[in-house]
Design a protein around this ligand. Structure first.
Ligand SMILES: Cc1cc2nc3c(=O)[nH]c(=O)nc-3n(C[C@H](O)[C@H](O)[C@H](O)COP(=O)(O)O)c2cc1C
Length: 313
C-alpha cells in the first residue's frame, strides 16, 4: 500500500445509515480494561476517536432495554461513536439485542466470533462460532434484517484450529456482507502465543474480502508495527489493544505519523499522571483498584496504591 493509501486511515468511514466513524484507527475492545475510568481518561486526553465495547454475553434471553442502556451508557457518555459488541449462540436473540443496542445509540453492532477464553469456548460462543461459518452467515443476516440500515460487523480470528479455515470463513462473510470485519491474526487455538505469519494471514483475508472494510489486529505495539501491517496486509484500518495499555498515546502517535495532528509521545510523567487519573476517577474503593496496578505494570512503571494489591497477583 502507498503512503497515500495509509493516510486514508485518518479519513472518516461512512456507515450505511449516514453516520460515520471519524477515522480508521480504533481502540481494540478489552474486557476488564476498556470500561470505567479508562473510557473517561482516554477520551478526555484525546487518545481515541471512537469506542469499541468489550463483548456483552447474550445467553438465556434478550436483555431488557434498561439493562442494555445501563451497559452502553458509559460509552455513549464519552460523546464518541460506539461500536457495541455482542456474543452468544442464539441467532434470533443476538439479532433482537442488536436492534435494541442500535436504538439506544450504538453506531455499529459487532458480533464476537473471536474470543478464545476456555469458558466462552466451553459454552460454544465467541471463537467457537468460527467452526460453523454458516452460523456466522445466518446470524449476521438475522442482525441485518433486525437492524435495517444499521451497520453490522464481525470480529473474527484467522480460524479455530488452523488458518486453512480462512477461505470457508471468508465465503460466509461474502454471503452475509457485513459492513466491517475486524480480524485478530491468530487462530483461537493459538490464544496469544507468538506466531510468525500473522500479517500474511491478514493479507490472505484481504484478498478473500476485497470489497469489505477490513480492520487488522495483533501485536500492534508501535507506529512501525501499524505501518508494517498496513503495507503487508493492506488492511483498511487497525485496532491495537494491548499496545494501548502499554502506551495510551499509541493511536495518536500512529495518526501523527500518517500526517494527522502532531503528538508528543507520552513521557514517564505523563503516564504516571494518567495512572493517577485512572485510579481517582474510578470512584472505586482503593482495594478494588488493582486494574490500575495492572496497567502500570504493562506500562513498565512502578506504581503503588497503598491498600491495594494487583488483582493478577
Ligand atoms: C484483556 C483483554 C481483553 C479483551 N477483550 C476483548 C473483547 O471483549 N472483545 C474482543 O473482540 N476482543 C477482545 N480482546 C482482543 C483484542 O481486542 C485484540 O484483538 C487482541 O488482543 C489482539 O490485539 P493486540 O495484540 O493489539 O492486543 C481482548 C484482549 C485483551 C488483552
Amino acid at each position: 500500500m502507498t503512503d497515500r493509501g495509509l493516510s486514508a486511515w485518518l479519513q472518516p468511514l461512512s456507515l450505511p445509515d449516514g453516520q460515520a466513524l471519524p477515522t480508521r484507527l480504533l481502540p481494540g475492545p478489552m474486557e476488564g480494561i476498556s470500561e470505567g475510568s479508562f473510557l473517561d481518561v482516554m477520551t478526555n486526553r484525546g487518545m481515541v476517536t471512537a469506542w469499541h465495547t468489550p463483548f456483552l454475553r447474550i445467553s438465556t434471553g434478550v436483555p431488557r432495554r434498561s439493562r442494555l442502556a445501563a451497559w452502553l451508557n458509559p460509552y455513549l457518555a464519552t460523546g464518541k461513536p460506539v461500536i457495541a459488541q455482542i456474543m452468544g449462540v442464539d441467532s434470533a436473540r443476538l439479532a433482537a439485542a442488536a436492534r435494541r443496542l442500535y436504538d439506544i445509540g450504538a453506531c455499529v453492532i459487532d458480533l464476537n466470533c473471536a474470543c478464545p477464553s476456555p469458558t466462552v469456548i466451553g459454552s460454544q460462543a465467541g471463537g467457537y462460532r468460527l467452526r460453523d461459518p454458516d452460523w456466522i452467515d445466518r446470524t449476521l443476516s438475522a442482525m441485518r434484517q433486525a437492524c435495517g440500515s444499521a451497520a453490522i460487523s464481525v470480529k473474527i480470528r484467522c480460524g479455530f484450529e488452523s488458518p486453512d479455515e480462512l477461505p470457508g470463513i471468508a465465503a460466509a462473510l461474502r454471503r452475509a456482507a457485513p459492513d466491517l470485519v475486524f480480524c485478530h491474526f491468530r487462530t483461537v487455538r493459538e490464544m496469544y502465543q507468538p506466531i510468525a505469519d500473522g500479517l500474511e494471514r491478514l493479507r490472505r483475508l484481504r484478498d478473500l474480502l476485497p470489497d469489505t472494510p477490513l480492520f487488522g489486529a495483533g501485536d500492534l505495539c508501535t507506529v512501525e508495527d501499524a505501518l508494517r501491517m498496513g503495507e503487508i496486509a493492506q488492511v483498511d484500518g487497525i485496532t491495537p489493544a494491548r499496545g494501548l495499555i502499554r502506551n495510551p498515546g499509541l493511536l495518536r502517535e500512529i495518526a501523527a505519523a500518517l500526517g494527522g495532528p502532531a503528538f508528543t509521545p507520552m513521557t514517564k510523567e505523563d503516564k504516571i499522571s494518567f495512572l493517577h487519573d485512572l485510579s481517582e476517577q474510578s470512584g472505586l474503593p482503593v482495594k478494588k483498584r488493582g486494574f490500575v496496578i495492572h496497567v502500570a505494570r504493562a506500562m513498565g512503571i512502578d506504581f503503588t496504591l497503598p491498600g491495594c494489591r494487583d488483582e493478577a497477583e
